[in-house]
Design a protein. Structure first.
Length: 202
């Protein structure tokens, strides 16, 4: 019997490096990234069905009504959400599914999947976050300031999370998350069949 995967919910301010680290994790065979649906416009080199599922607001509203989303949130004027079916299928196949989502959505998912693991990722400090957002070169100063204000708001909810990962270097942050997944996989609550397996009954 294949062991069910772990639902890993990663949040953190825009510019904290979530995408880079998630990309490294998903190069491993036992991880799968849940692709989010969004109403925001694609950035340069972003592809539909690869980075996001891009939808109109009307299409997104219909998905909400049909309960096709595990969670959804509105952020900076755009909708973001997690398609339900993909997540369930990957977990049952033994994959560790990563949701890279906003704080609102993460807390929604935790209510539906209490066994999900919440990880909050941040740069070492607010100054470093501002530097990273500026160096990204994709947004104007007003948008960057809005994201910095939002980061401070998100930090108020950090205690709702199970783990904190400080992204000083990509390599160490990725290693920290792998350590978290390994530890979670060894929890007795995730190994309820161990007595039967030990006795040779499974």
């Amino acid at each position: 019997m294949k062991k069910q995967g772990i639902l890993l919910i990663i949040s953190g301010p825009s510019g904290s490096g979530k995408g880079t680290i998630v990309g490294q994790l998903c190069e491993k065979n036992d991880f799968a990234l849940s692709i989010s649906a969004t109403t925001r416009k694609p950035r340069e080199k972003e592809e539909h069905g690869v980075h996001y599922f891009f939808h109109t607001r009307e299409e997104f509203e219909q998905m909400k009504e049909r309960k096709e989303l595990l969670e959804w949130a509105e952020f900076c004027g755009n909708y973001y959400g997690t398609p339900r079916k993909y997540v369930t299928e990957q977990l049952m196949q033994g994959k560790n599914v990563i949701l890279e989502i906003e704080v609102q959505g993460a807390l929604q998912v935790k209510k539906i999947y209490p066994e999900g693991v919440l990880v909050f990722m941040v740069p070492p400090n607010l100054e470093e976050l501002g530097r990273r957002l500026t160096n990204r070169g994709t947004e104007d100063k007003e948008t960057i300031n809005m994201r910095l204000r939002r980061a401070l708001e998100e930090m108020e909810l950090v205690e709702e999370y199970d783990y904190l990962v400080i992204n000083d270097t990509v390599e160490q942050a990725a290693e920290d998350i792998l350590t978290i997944v390994d530890a979670e996989g060894m929890k007795c609550s995730r190994n309820k069949d161990i007595k039967k397996i030990f006795k040779g009954e499974m």
